[in-house]
Write a protein that binds this ligand. Structure first.
Ligand code: HEM
Length: 168
């Protein structure tokens, strides 16, 4: 075995996991709610960008109405996912202690704010979709990528939120 290789007992990620509890605090029957809820804002943010592109190409006002609904539900679903994520961050010591958790939270809150602005300008003026709505949709899609990537890192690199069953 080379010095680069590690066994389970001296794996630094496992050692850090054993220092403080990182088990998800907000879960239903062993299924963490945040992981279940983030799919909705992710899909709706990217969906809104697609809808804006359809409107740009077709000028069909149908897409303005669709965009109003997808941007609004993207924002509301983002807030709902964010509330659960914030509870995990505040309540679980091992999650709170990691810089990566806070990096994800900052990216996510920035995303939710942009998603809110994207819905707000459409509520005030549906014609604002081109170009400002589409620019906000593009920014929201990029921020979703950043927040989602950081969120994934928490799970796959840091082992956060895992609920390992004691059963065989
Ligand atoms: C205030 C906002 C948020 C906070 C504080 C937050 C916090 C967290 C925490 C602590 C985790 C680790 C897993 C867990 O404990 O459940 C996580 C995972 C994750 N978060 Fe967030 N989150 C927020 C909003 C969002 C939003 C809006 C998205 C959608 C883009 C998102 C995407 C993810 C993803 C993809 C994961 C990995 C989940 C998995 O694959 O199982 N988060 N987040």
């Amino acid at each position: 075995m080379t010095s680069e290789q590690t066994t389970e007992s001296n794996n630094p990620v496992i050692e850090k996991l054993e220092e403080k509890d990182t088990t998800s605090a907000i879960a239903v029957a062993g299924h963490p709610l945040h992981a279940m809820s983030v799919h909705f804002p992710i899909a709706l943010v990217f969906g809104t960008l697609a809808v804006d592109v359809f409107y740009w190409f077709t000028a069909d006002p149908f897409w303005l109405r669709v965009g109003l609904w997808t941007s609004g539900t993207a924002f509301l679903a983002g807030v709902a996912a964010g509330v659960v994520g914030t509870a995990e961050l505040v309540l679980v010591p091992g999650i709170r202690a990691r810089v990566a958790s806070w990096a994800h939270a900052i990216a996510a809150v920035t995303l939710i704010s942009v998603a809110g602005a994207n819905w707000g300008i459409r509520l005030l003026d549906p014609a604002a979709v081109l170009p400002h709505g589409m620019l906000l949709s593009t920014l929201a899609a990029i921020l979703t990528g950043v927040a989602g990537w950081h969120g994934g890192k928490l799970i796959f690199d840091h082992g956060i939120g895992l609920m390992v069953s004691s059963r065989d």
